[in-house]
Design a protein around this ligand. Structure first.
Ligand code: HAM
Length: 416
């Protein structure tokens, strides 16, 4: 006999009732996006490899080691998207969505793919809620984007968490900082192989190294804050002041650099308490140079992505559950089953979720099925009930039963 086929390592099925929690998070996000004027984009999962190589950066772990890249049937190199920002920008530029004044605000939800070592909170297919605001470098937009992120996290009842913020400066600040960091790293022994290479090609990446040895060495490294030009310093100060004005608690984290190369100025992450090693539930920042990098106009932008898989690990178990009022129709005998089938459709048309079983099963079996389905009420319908026109309505949580006239049932249920 052939063996069973299993899902690929690092990729998992998300099943009911868990999917109900995911829907709750996504609807909360959609509601918040609508409040802040964001509209949805639905984008391809596959793009030309060059899009990610050019935007995320050749020296990043994502591009160097983690992309699902393959040739298509004509030999063109394609990649399963490891993140959404590059695709959003590609779509915005390709479709002229950047035209006209004002801030352009988009969100997109869906799976991303990174060939990382799977562990708790880290998957090879994972899901992001992605937000991008394009067309303005105003610090108010930075503050608004962070406020929106905090609003979504509040709506889904995220418990203890920390918002970490930093400024990565503009390209000029970064050139000076890289020189300073390069000098600091020049004689350092014990850096990992990757960092020895990166110290020449892209010293900023050394700051994002996960190796404990490298982290130890970097403890005394210079920080970006000390290299900010007056404009960037002023921008950052204003962002922080706005966050304070709206009561957002943040921590300045001078060593926060993020894992992608496109960031400029504001960068931030939200880490959840109690998540262990993979504790970042959201991350984002400005990427003012990316549109130009992709052949477009000067289009300053900022955004974030929430990692849904990780977020759901720390959210309440009962999120989005328990507010349904499902009814199960337990019918005994062919006549009752036929009547129940009509009643089923009547209830659904009244907006009441209803289910029944179409087999010839005992009352006991049907009652346990009602339990399994999470029905709040069961209606018991036998041949006798058909004759009298009275059915039994049972409240599952307490076991209380009452007689109800069949003709009044939709009204009674709607009022419960
Ligand atoms: P990122 O920090 O690479 O940023 O990812 C954002 C979030 O996605 C992380 O904080 C984490 O929660 C989740 N995540 C990343 N990798 C995995 C994984 N292998 N398994 C589970 N969750 C994961 C970005 O992707 C940027 N595009 C964010 C952004 C939008 N910046 C500006 N706009």
């Amino acid at each position: 006999m052939a063996g069973k086929i299993k899902a690929i390592r690092g990729m998992r099925d998300i099943l009911p009732p868990e999917t109900g929690r995911w829907q709750a998070v996504e609807s909360a996000a959609r509601e918040a996006f609508a409040l802040y004027g964001y509209r949805e984009l639905r984008l391809p999962l596959i793009e030309r490899t060059e899009l990610f190589a050019r935007s995320i950066g050749q020296d990043t772990d994502i591009v160097a080691k983690e992309m699902y890249t393959f040739p298509d049937r004509h030999g063109e190199s394609l990649t399963l998207r490891p993140e959404a920002t590059a695709s959003v920008l590609r779509a915005v530029l390709e479709n002229g969505l950047d035209k006209g004044g004002g801030v352009k605000k988009f969100y997109t939800l869906g799976p991303m793919f990174r060939y990382e070592r799977p562990q708790k909170g880290r998957y090879r297919q994972f899901y992001q809620i992605n937000c991008e605001a394009l067309g303005s470098d105003a610090p108010e937009v930075d503050a608004e984007v962070i406020l929106l992120l905090m609003e979504i996290l509040k709506r889904v009842q995220l418990g203890a968490s920390r918002l970490l913020v930093n400024s990565l400066g503009c390209p000029e600040c970064q050139v000076k900082f890289k020189a300073g960091l390069g000098l600091f790293l020049i004689n350092k022994e014990g850096l990992c192989e990757d960092c020895q290479r990166r110290r020449n090609s892209n010293p900023l990446r050394v700051l994002d190294c996960k190796s404990i040895h490298c982290r130890e060495i970097l403890k005394d490294a210079p920080v970006l804050r000390d290299y900010l030009c007056p404009d960037c310093a002023g921008h950052f100060t204003r962002v922080l002041a706005l966050l304070s004005r709206f009561g957002v608690t943040y921590e300045e984290q001078p060593r926060l650099v993020r894992g992608l190369d496109y960031y400029t100025r504001t960068a931030f992450e939200v880490v959840a308490v109690g998540l262990g090693a993979q504790d970042a539930v959201a991350g984002g920042g400005r990427y003012n140079g990316l549109a130009k990098e992709l052949g477009g106009p000067d289009l300053p932008a900022i955004g974030f992505a929430i990692g849904e898989d990780r977020l759901l690990e720390v959210l309440p178990e009962n999120l989005g559950q328990g507010d349904g009022k499902k009814v199960f129709l337990a019918a005994l005998g062919p006549g009752a089953r036929d009547k129940a089938f009509s009643l089923l459709q009547t209830l659904r048309q009244e907006g009441i979720a209803a289910e029944m079983d179409f087999g010839e099963r005992s009352l006991k079996a049907q009652m346990s099925q009602a339990d399994r389905l999470g029905a709040a009420y069961t209606v018991i319908l036998g041949e006798r009930e058909l004759e009298t026109g009275q059915v039994v309505l049972r409240r599952m949580a307490t076991g209380d039963q009452q007689q109800v006239a069949l003709s009044l049932l939709p009204m009674v249920l709607a009022g419960l």
